[in-house]
Write a protein that binds this ligand. Sequence first.
Ligand code: C2E
Ligand code: CA
Ligand code: CA
Length: 396
Amino acid sequence: MLDALSTRELVAGEALFREGDSGDCGYLIESGSIGLFTEGVEGQTLRGIHYSGDFLGELALVGQRIRTTSAVAREPTKVFIVRRLDLDRHLADSDPLVKEFVLTLLGVLRNMLLSNWDINKSSAEGMTTAARELEEVQSITHALHHNEFLLYYQPIIRLSDKKVAGFEALIRWNRPDYGLVPPAEFIPLAESSGAIVDIGRWVITQACADMKRLGLSAGTESGDAVVPYISVNLSGRQLTDSELMAVIESAIKENQLGPRQLKLEVTETVLAQNIQAANELLLQFKLLGVTVALDDFGTGQSSLEYLHQFPADTLKLDRSFVAAIHQDSTAMTIVRTVARLAKELGMDTIAEGIEDMDVANSLTDMGVDYGQGYVFARPIPFEDIENYLLENGLAT
Ligand code: C2E
Ligand code: CA
Ligand code: CA
């Protein structure tokens, strides 16, 4: 049947297609081999090699027109060209069982595509990984619907008097038969699969509800007492969630929080990747009155540039600087300069990951306003917050 397909012959080094090209066909390698590459700032990265009998460029068959990799022959290579039309024709002629199977596989591919899945995986090994990841994504989605996520809270301490100014909400997965799973083990997959959007909405809603449960919402507290804020991490995907503002607004309203009781943390890497969406959102956050922190400051590129570009309220100095200040005089100078610059720009500063009191004291001397780290408290479950506050007191 395949001899009805047209073929193409390539010499070594010749490109079959390039990243960014539009395409409407896949290829089956008859002989030779093809390398798949992606282009980055540091040049090309090899994503995989396909040999005789392998299929590539298949995403064009499920609707993606733009190639996400470049395919280059590694030796004289001959490929069959499979157009969507050819595929439909072959499918129409095939056994109903085979047809159903292929259509199901194409559906899976399409879903992965719609959620921007990184599929440069057509080798057998790649498919096994993809299948495992698909299963894991299903577990993550299942976890959300079965209340397996919970929030831990890490106190944020005002350095001048060591009182509690707020809490950062940090997600945990209480996975049956595993125990508590840290975010680093599931957030990346939740991000690449798109599940983070629903998880992120849940985090905002839950964190605000927890604030109310504590009895510390602005509306219920008497007099002018300062109430702590809750800080929630936003992932890049959430910046393009059309429901984000509505979710934030209703979480604040339903729990009678003052808008300044919610802070949203965005890393500068996320900002850099979504400059326009981030700028628009930042304006909306300002209008609503919720505050924004620039997280992991100092780990991305051109950090100082973002300070001017994004009118954040708070700057969170990354743990890597904080840990280095007693070993490295450059780190010390950077922290001091950034704290001063932030102040000039009207921002306050939080140092993350403080593990020893000498470091906390130096940071205080350098003009850093707040601190967060194991030396003060590890992230604690909701049930322990009340006691923690009783023992340590709120900033006033
Ligand atoms: P992050 O936003 O930078 O959060 C701070 C991380 O540093 C937390 O890890 C915290 O437990 C840890 N940490 C705090 N103090 C210290 C210290 O003194 N020493 C050391 N070595 N570590 C300290 P965690 O809870 O494992 O969270 C890791 C990352 O996962 C977070 O980094 C954040 O990027 C992400 N994450 C956590 N919760 C959420 C969430 O609800 N949504 C999203 N999108 N990301 C989340
Ligand atoms: Ca954070
Ligand atoms: Ca951080």
